[in-house]
Design a protein around this ligand. Structure first.
Ligand code: GLV
Ligand code: MN
Length: 195
């Protein structure tokens, strides 16, 4: 979903003093082979958290060589029972391949239709751009997933934290009306995310 490139590459200068739609390129004379390789996805993430999951991003911020190439990846680790909570990527379609374990993978269309399937190693899925989706580990052991995006910075709006853990907070009045529950329920949910 990112715009087309006008040159071979544009290794990001993440510290450049100006801001553009993307990052400016570092001078080609300073580009090295190292700019085109990244080993940040080789290690298992720490899944000791409320969701039992970990996302390690290989986007332009972590891997500046991706700048303006319209592509990036994630590594997603799941503890047994772990959940990559419902979220959406405003700037990219996502595809993924399960490497290990058994994952319930699903997304909801803008017509409110839920599409889901349980996938095991080697099986793939796609999530159309912007749609809310999740993966849950429904196997016995750990699970491992690699995902890819057609943006160097897909962005992620995580539904539970967007709604219940923003700073400042969304007013309770908005959330009680939206979810048709009382303040106690909203405060209880908000309390789960205040650490
Ligand atoms: C999975 O949904 C991911 O965003 O990597
Ligand atoms: Mn995703």
């Amino acid at each position: 979903a990112d715009p087309d490139l006008l040159q071979d590459f544009c290794v990001a200068d993440l510290k450049a003093p100006l801001s553009v739609n993307g990052f400016p390129c570092k001078p080609e004379a300073e580009v090295t082979s190292g700019d085109f390789f990244f080993d940040g996805l080789s290690k298992e993430g720490n899944t000791t958290n409320i969701f039992g999951w970990s996302v390690t991003a290989a986007n332009v911020l972590a891997f500046p060589g991706l700048n303006s190439l319209g592509i990036s990846m994630n590594r997603v680790d799941f503890a047994p029972g772990g959940l990559n909570p419902p979220h959406s990527h405003p700037r990219a379609t996502e595809t993924g391949v399960v490497i290990e374990g058994k994952l319930l993978v699903g997304f909801v269309t803008t017509s409110n239709v839920f599409h889901s399937k349980v996938l095991t190693a080697g099986q793939m899925f796609v999530v159309p751009r912007g749609l809310v989706h999740f993966q849950q580990n429904v196997g016995e052991g750990k699970a491992l997933l690699f995902t890819a995006f057609n943006s160097h910075l897909p962005g992620s709006a995580v539904v539970p934290t967007t709604l219940f853990a923003s700073r400042p907070s969304i007013p309770d009045d908005v959330l009680t009306k939206a979810f048709q529950v009382g303040n106690d329920v909203i405060d209880n949910i908000k309390s789960k995310f205040s650490s």
